[in-house]
Unconditional design. Structure first.
Length: 683
């Protein structure tokens, strides 16, 4: 048996499907056969449930044929065929059909699993406007005088108040509504979500007219977002009558406002879409969004009326079942170029606006910033330049200082000089080595006696001396110090505490991860935000090895101190940070997601650099680097985050400010996270 780690159901996912079968009007036997073929396909792919269109067994466009006994009898016979066949089909089916109940006809969703009907949900709202005339044939669900019906020789729960709970997957609770139900101001699924439904299913027919496809996206996406739920939407396709209408067979699967799957419209054949819904993510969003629980209490009367029906879901657990869900390697950076540019523009504007407001409220017009020639200080300088432009102040009000130390390379020093030149700020250079040597002598450090002891004290003397200079320069020039450290460094504790790069008067980068900063710098270069001639300088910065440059290089000039060799690749650690901070996922799930995203060698490096091979990571490497992240994040570094400077939050991925998204004890342990990580196999 495959290790459970490699199965999506181990990690709080559920595979779901939506089928669009080809149909024939008033031919239930044919329609049942098409439905079963798609159900078998869904089961083969490991789906726990599959939904089909409204009135799919009869076809939606039967009109007054719905009052013909022969058709209704044939629909029940077709349902019998589906129920019997479901004994050998390892998935739960939701099929649409007309049903007679107490001398009335109802448009119903029938839930079938393992050879039995679990429950029947009638349509709540019947459209009787424009091209719709449903009230002519059907009764609304609320008019039903019973809460159970006799169907195929069994007593079956009946009503719009049914929730279906998987006994063997606690987070899978689904609700069914039908077409018009989601088009009304307060859909039944809204209350179902408050009653615990994580998956909302809509059996729709939905004819097509110009613009309707886009509106369906808005409708389904917003309902899934408001309800913090997954939403499965079906619609009728080829075979429905085109006497007066047309049909496109659009099927959609959304999760909390994000589209996971969409069918190809206007297809001639039966087809299926499949997606892996993250039930745990939905549950955690509801837990995090405390107003969700407030809504549950406010609508307690509606919530209390729901009946919960337990069933055993068909879950493929005996074999590997990898995600069929795309997991972005860079969760902070959209893969789509257009969305990425929009994200960069918005983040940049947030950073600039934050600094503009801070300067205005402080009644100051100058900033002091240290420029290393590396990525973070480069972007912080770009933010300062745009802020000065916004304030109609000269860029010379940016007092920029590059401060070479014992390990500063000629490359980064030259990049710092060029960067300050193209930005047009006041450029200064201070050699901090004499001040550092004096400090080391005062400490009695072996380096002062000629010994090559490059310990943490040696490193932090340089970092502290730089920041000390910056603060005194700010005092002297009536300015504020702009911090440059990013979110990734704060998460990993990769900064010198106190009077070091940890501290500033205002930090524009503190909630921006390293992977996003790289794309921001590239975006500024490509869009000529700062200078027409600065693109080459920025490209040089992007291609520079990340290093604090605090330990002298070897005689060959090779950089000895490589940041990612100590704390792990930023591309992986930003991935780990996102899913740990944003969702609080267990390390095993973070590793599963990372393995899904990173185990293949395909495009993806931040940003695209010709000098770096496109990366792939083994599960062992993912586990190792996640271990580094967990210990540094939970045990080693919180005391630094407890007293960080003010900084604007830029994204929903979170910040680490103790005044915002993250409050944690400085003396906490990492043991429970590391123990849970140990359950992950090495390969």
């Amino acid at each position: 048996m495959t290790h459970p780690f490699f199965n999506l159901y181990t990690h709080g996912f559920a595979r779901v499907a939506v089928g669009v079968p080809r149909c024939r009007v008033a031919d239930p036997a044919f329609n049942a056969a098409q439905t079963l073929a798609l159900a078998r396909d869904a089961a083969a792919r490991g789906a726990a449930l599959v939904a089909f269109p409204e009135l799919g067994l009869s076809a939606y466009t039967c009109d007054d044929l719905f009052h013909q006994a022969a058709l209704l009898d044939a629909c029940e016979a077709a349902l019998r065929t589906i129920v019997d066949a479901s004994r050998e089909i390892a998935t739960t089916l939701l099929v649409g059909m007309p049903l007679r109940v107490q001398h009335a006809l109802y448009n119903c969703a029938v839930v079938v699993s393992s050879g039995r009907v679990i429950g029947v949900v009638p349509k709540s709202y019947l459209p009787n406007y424009s091209e719709f005339y449903e009230a002519r044939q059907f009764s609304a669900g609320e008019n039903a005088p019973v809460d159970a019906i006799d169907l195929l020789g069994e007593r079956v729960p009946f009503g719009s108040d049914l929730l279906f709970q998987a006994s063997n997957l606690p987070l899978l609770r689904f609700h069914a509504e039908i077409c018009e139900d989601v088009w009304v101001p307060v859909p039944p699924s809204s209350f179902a979500a408050l009653a615990g439904a994580t998956v909302l299913v809509n059996l729709s027919a939905s004819n097509v007219v110009i613009g309707k496809s886009g509106y369906r996206h808005q409708l389904v996406g917003q309902q899934s977002a408001r309800c913090l739920a997954a939403y499965l939407y079906t619609s009728a396709g080829r075979g429905e009558s085109t006497t007066d209408l047309a049909w496109d067979g659009q099927a959609l699967i959304y999760e909390n406002g994000e589209m996971l799957a969409e069918s190809e419209r206007f297809r001639d054949d039966s087809h299926l879409i499949v997606a892996d819904v993250d039930l745990e993510r939905l549950s955690r969003e509801r837990m995090h969004t405390t107003t969700f629980a407030q809504s549950v209490r406010r609508h307690a009367h509606e919530v209390a009326r729901f009946r919960v029906l337990a069933f055993d879901a068909h879950l493929v657990r005996e074999r590997a079942l990898p995600l069929e869900r795309h997991v972005e390697r860079f969760p902070y950076v959209p893969a789509d170029p257009r969305r990425r540019d929009e994200r960069c523009n918005e983040v940049y504007q947030i950073q600039v606006h934050g600094l503009v407001q801070r300067l205005a409220s402080s009644k100051l017009s100058k900033v002091v910033i240290g420029i290393s020639g590396g990525l973070d200080s480069t972007h912080a300088l770009l933010v300062c330049a745009k802020a000065m432009d916004r304030l109609n102040l000269p860029r010379t009000n940016i007092l920029a200082y590059t401060m070479p130390g014992f390990a500063t390379s000629e490359r980064t020093l030259q990049q710092a000089r060029e960067l300050m030149r193209v930005v047009g700020c006041s450029a200064h250079e201070i050699d901090i080595r004499p001040a550092c040597e004096q400090m080391l002598r005062d400490l009695g450090h072996p380096y002062a006696e000629g010994q090559a002891q490059y310990d943490v004290t040696f490193e932090n003397v340089q970092a502290g001396e730089r920041t000390n200079h910056l603060f005194r320069l700010a005092n002297f020039n009536h300015a504020i110090v702009i911090g440059t450290g990013d979110l990734s460094e704060l998460a990993l504790g990769w900064c010198t505490y106190g009077v070091g790069d940890h501290m500033s008067h205002y930090n524009v980068n503190a909630s921006v991860p390293k992977t996003l900063i790289a794309h921001l710098v590239r975006w500024v270069a490509e869009t000529r935000q700062i200078s027409e001639s600065g693109a080459e300088v920025l490209e040089n910065v992007l291609s520079t090895e990340i290093s604090p440059e605090l330990i002298p290089s070897s005689e060959s000039g090779k950089i000895e101190q490589k940041t990612e060799a100590v704390i792990g690749p930023y591309e992986l650690q930003d991935f780990n940070l996102y899913y740990t901070l944003r969702f609080g996922f267990a390390p095993s799930k973070v590793a599963f997601l990372a393995h899904t995203a990173w185990h293949d060698r395909e495009k993806g490096r931040w940003p695209e650099r010709a000098d770096v091979a496109r990366n792939a990571y083994t599960l062992a490497a993912i586990k190792h680097n996640l271990g580094i992240f967990l210990d540094r994040f939970f045990r080693q570094s919180q005391f630094k985050r407890s007293c960080i400077p003010n900084a604007p939050k830029v994204g929903t991925g979170g910040s680490l400010s103790p005044r915002g998204d993250w409050r944690a004890p400085s003396d906490g342990e990492s043991v429970v996270w590391l123990e849970q990580l140990a359950s992950v196999p090495d390969q």
